[in-house]
Write a protein that binds this ligand. Structure first.
Ligand code: SF4
Length: 473
C-alpha cells in the first residue's frame, strides 16, 4: 500500500474508533513471516440482526474539523495529526481490502472539513464510485453530518445500507454547552427526513423510485453551505446509471449514538431520550458510548478518570428492555431512582422494586408478564407459551427451555408451587442473586465465605446469613 495512503488510513481509522456503532477488535499484530495480519488498520467487527459477524473498514473520511466539540479528539483546537481522503482514494482502498477478503463492508464517518455539505458531497462521490464504477454491492454504513442539505442526504441514502445521525448528547442543553456549533434542528431534521423517506419507500416501488419521492427539502430545514453544480441540478439524478443496482433508500434503517458521562444527565434522562428517538424516528438502534476523557475542559470529567463502562453496559441492558420486553422508560427508572443499579441488571432491579407483582404463575401468566420475569428471555417466554398450550409446564422443564432458574425461581410459581425458598423478599433475593453472579464470575464459595470470627452472629454461623439478609459480600 502507498505510504501516504497508509498514513492517512492510520490517522483516520484511529479517529473513528470513538464511534461505537460497531466494535473494534483492538488487536495490533503485524505479519512476521506468517499468514494473516492483524495490524490496527481500522477493521472492526459488527453483528447483523440475525447474529452473523461481519468485518467492516471503520474509518473517517476526514478528521479536519471546523467545529470544536469539547468532548471530541478531532475538535478544531486539538493538537492531533490531520488527514483527509480523496473520494477515489478511499473507494480504491475499500475495494483493495474487499478483494483480499479483509472486509465485507464499510463504516464511514467524518469530521466537518469545510461545511456539512462540502464533506457530505465528497462522501457521496466516494460511495458513487464504489457503487457505480466498482459495482460494489457490499454493506455501507454512512454517517450523516448534522446540518446536511436534504438533497445530499437523499442521495447518500440511495448509496448506503444504513444511515446514522449522531445525537451525541442526551439533551439540547448539553449540546449547547459542549458542541455549540451543532444545532438540535440540524440533527433532528435529517433524522426526520430519513424516517419520512423510509415510510414513503414502503408505498412507492419500481424503477425511478428516487424521482417519485417527495422533493427533498419540501418540508425540511436546509443545511448550511452550498452544493456543487452537479447537485444543484434536480435532473442530475437522471444522468446516473441507477439501474445497475437495486434502488433502495437506506434499507438497514437509521441509528444514532449518544455519549455517556461527558454531561451530567441521569440514566433516566438518557433512557427517556432513547425511548423518544425510537418512537418518533423509528430508529433501529441507539448506541451508547462511554465517554473516554480526551480533553481538558472544566465542563468535562477529568482527563485521567475512567470511562463509565459498567454504566454503558447497564444502559444497553435497559435499552434491551425498551426494545424487546415492552418496558416504558418511566417503568425502568423513576424520579426516586434516576440511576440504574450498578450491582443488578435493570430487569431484576425493576422486579425487586415491584415485588408485590410476584410470584407469577408460569402456566397462566400472559406473555407480556412472562417477559417481565427475571431469568426469562424472549425465546424462553415463547417456548413456555407454546408448551403450555399442550400441557402444563413443569419446573424441571424450564431449564431446558432456556430459563435461568437461579434468577427466575424467586419470581415464579409452577402449578402453584414456589421454588424460591421462602416468600419473595427483595433483600434476600438480591443477596442470593449477587452471590450466584459472583460464583459464575469465578469466585468460589470458599472465597465468598469469610473465616468465621467470634464476632459473627449466630445466624451466620448456622449458615443462613443470606436468608436473614446478612450479605457475605
Ligand atoms: S463535528 Fe464535533 S464531534 Fe464531529 S469531528 Fe468535529 S469536533 Fe468532533
Amino acid at each position: 500500500m502507498d505510504g501516504v495512503i497508509f498514513e492517512k488510513l492510520k490517522i483516520l481509522s484511529d479517529g473513528a474508533k470513538y464511534d461505537v456503532s460497531c466494535a473494534t477488535s483492538g488487536v495490533d499484530r503485524t505479519n512476521v513471516g506468517r499468514i494473516g495480519n492483524a495490524c490496527a488498520a481500522g477493521i472492526c467487527h459488527s453483528w447483523t440482526a440475525d447474529g452473523r459477524c461481519v468485518s467492516l473498514l471503520k474509518v473517517l473520511f476526514t478528521n479536519r474539523c471546523v467545529y470544536d466539540c469539547k468532548y471530541c479528539v478531532n475538535r478544531r483546537s486539538a493538537d492531533t495529526p490531520r488527514a483527509s481522503f480523496e473520494p477515489s482514494e478511499l473507494a480504491d482502498l475499500v475495494m483493495a481490502f474487499y478483494r483480499r477478503n479483509y472486509i465485507e463492508g464499510l463504516f464511514l464517518s467524518s469530521a466537518v472539513e469545510v461545511s456539512p455539505d462540502d464533506t457530505a458531497e465528497k462522501i457521496y462521490r466516494c460511495l458513487r464510485i464504489l457503487r457505480e464504477e466498482y459495482m460494489f454491492a457490499g454493506y455501507i454504513h454512512a454517517k450523516i453530518i448534522p446540518g446536511v442539505s436534504p438533497e445530499l442526504l437523499r442521495r447518500l441514502g440511495m448509496s448506503a445500507d444504513r444511515l446514522s445521525v449522531n445525537i451525541e448528547l442526551p439533551t439540547e442543553e448539553s449540546l449547547r454547552l459542549l458542541a455549540p456549533q451543532k444545532k438540535i434542528k440540524g440533527i433532528f431534521g435529517p433524522m426526520k427526513q430519513i424516517t419520512q423517506t423510509l415510510a414513503e419507500q414502503k408505498t412507492l416501488k419500481g424503477p425511478g423510485f428516487m424521482d417519485r419521492l417527495t422533493p427533498a427539502g419540501a418540508n425540511m430545514t436546509a443545511g448550511d453551505g452550498s452544493l456543487t453544480e452537479m447537485l444543484q441540478s434536480r435532473n442530475a439524478a437522471a444522468t446516473l446509471p441507477r439501474s445497475r443496482y437495486k434502488e433502495r433508500f437506506a434499507p438497514g434503517g437509521q441509528s444514532t449514538q449518544m455519549i455517556i458521562g461527558a454531561s451530567p444527565e441521569s440514566d433516566r434522562q438518557i433512557i427517556k431520550t432513547s425511548e423518544s428517538l425510537y418512537r418518533i424516528f423509528k430508529l433501529k438502534r441507539v448506541y451508547f458510548s462511554a465517554y473516554i476523557p480526551v480533553a481538558d475542559a472544566p465542563e468535562l470529567p477529568a482527563v485521567l478518570s475512567a470511562p463509565p463502562l459498567s454504566r454503558e453496559h447497564r444502559l444497553y441492558q435497559a435499552d434491551w428492555l425498551l426494545r424487546f420486553y415492552g418496558f416504558a422508560a418511566d417503568e425502568i427508572l423513576d424520579e426516586d431512582h434516576p440511576f440504574l443499579d450498578t450491582e443488578l441488571d435493570p430487569k431484576i432491579s425493576w422486579a425487586l422494586r415491584h415485588i408485590e407483582q410476584f410470584p407469577v404463575e408460569i402456566n397462566k401468566a400472559p406473555l407480556e408478564l412472562l417477559l417481565r420475569i427475571p431469568g426469562i428471555g424472549t425465546t424462553s417466554a415463547m417456548r413456555i407459551a407454546r408448551q403450555r398450550r399442550i400441557s402444563a409446564v413443569k419446573y424441571d422443564e424450564l431449564k431446558k427451555m432456556g430459563v435461568v432458574l437461579k434468577r427466575a425461581r424467586f419470581f415464579i410459581t409452577c402449578s402453584g408451587k414456589y421454588y424460591g425458598g421462602k416468600e419473595p423478599d427483595p433483600v434476600y433475593i438480591k443477596n442470593r442473586v449477587l452471590r450466584a453472579d459472583d460464583i459464575r464470575n469465578g469466585l468460589t464459595e470458599k472465597t465468598l465465605t469469610p473465616q468465621i470470627s467470634m464476632f459473627d452472629s449466630v445466624s451466620f454461623m448456622l449458615g443462613d446469613g443470606g436468608a436473614n439478609g446478612l450479605s457475605v459480600r
